[in-house]
Design a protein around this ligand. Structure first.
Ligand code: ZN
Length: 325
């Protein structure tokens, strides 16, 4: 409780004076008034002294009110974007154009049209995020090529393949660079959101020889002219034959090291001749035309190129990591 102020002990004290006799009041009244004035005076003096002292202190400290220099921070493109731009430039030079397909797509474009029917065991290769709410999907039911069915977040850029065939007549040279989504257990090599780069190349006389040439052309452009590519048999439901594309290990130049597991080669891309059924689904006659589908993961390629050990760093927003590029 304070001494002064509205409910202060000193302020309220006179209320008790009614209990005093007239004689007592004659002595106590003036004494009270005198003491009160002296106390107030003392408090005021102390207050002034403190104020003067702090002004003096402020005077001594030189106040630097000049605006601090703001450090100019130069931003730059994300390493994956840098890689994708470089890749797009390489294939633009070979006459490929960019194509966009929806992130939220129907089961038809993501699986069925690619020769992966419902309940086909190959579906296990793609852990898929399905969408229950149709209203959230940006697919127009009046669209000419609308196919009803379950909606999902596309698991690969291959959902563009039949869309491209429906839209353009061959010869076709298209490329897609975009995000894909999987229901993954995350670790240093798996992300739920990642980018893919894919080519769809359809013409009359295409063969595996063109595929080999394209692969080596691309790998040389990214890793330098000493790079070599080799094809290895692989299985994809939408290509026949299918190939895994290996590049000469950039760390040991083919001698064999820890990164390539002593093989001298690293798996860098996947590709194949577009399956005749997929061409048919896109309205293209497989007896006249053949096609190449070819794809790389910009994340995996960047990890190898820049020696990054954890794929999760790319989407982490960690500036210390991003400033390295
Ligand atoms: Zn190696």
């Amino acid at each position: 409780m304070s001494a002064f102020g509205k409910n202060g002990e000193v302020t309220l004290l006179p209320k008790e004076f009614s209990k005093l006799s007239k004689e007592q009041l004659k002595t106590i009244g003036p004494l009270f008034n005198k003491t009160k004035i002296e106390l107030e005076q003392a408090i005021n003096n102390k207050r002034e002294a403190i104020r003067a002292k702090s002004y003096k202190k402020l005077d001594l400290e030189k106040l630097d009110l000049e605006p601090a220099e703001i450090k100019n921070r130069q931003g730059h493109l994300h390493p994956i974007t840098q890689f994708e731009n470089q890749t797009a430039e390489i294939f633009k030079g070979l006459g490929f154009q960019q194509f966009d397909a929806p992130h939220i797509d129907s089961d038809y474009y993501n699986f069925e049209s690619l020769n992966i029917p419902k309940d086909h065991p190959a579906r296990d290769l793609w852990d898929t995020l399905y969408i229950e709410d149709r209203a959230s999907a940006h697919i127009d039911a009046k669209e000419k090529n609308y196919h009803p069915g379950e909606l999902l977040l596309r698991t690969h850029t291959s959902n563009s393949q039949v869309r491209i065939m429906e839209k353009y007549k061959p010869p076709i040279r298209m490329m897609i660079i975009d995000r894909c989504f999987r229901y993954e257990n995350l670790d240093a090599r798996h992300e739920h959101t990642f980018d893919q780069f894919e080519l769809v190349y359809i013409d009359k006389t295409l063969s595996m020889a063109n595929l080999q040439y394209l692969s080596e052309y691309f790998l040389k452009a990214i890793f330098g002219k000493d790079m070599k590519a080799r094809l290895r048999p692989k299985y994809y439901p939408f290509t026949e034959p299918s190939a895994g594309i290996d590049g000469l290990c950039i760390f040991c130049k083919g001698k064999g090291c820890k990164v390539c597991g002593g093989m001298g080669w690293l798996e860098l891309a996947g590709a194949g001749m577009i399956h005749p059924q997929v061409l048919k689904n896109g309205g293209i006659d497989p007896n006249i035309y053949s096609g190449i589908a070819w794809g790389v993961g910009p994340g995996r390629m960047s990890m190898i190129k820049f020696g990054i050990e954890d794929v999760r760093l790319f989407n982490s927003g960690d500036l210390k990591f991003l400033e390295r590029f």
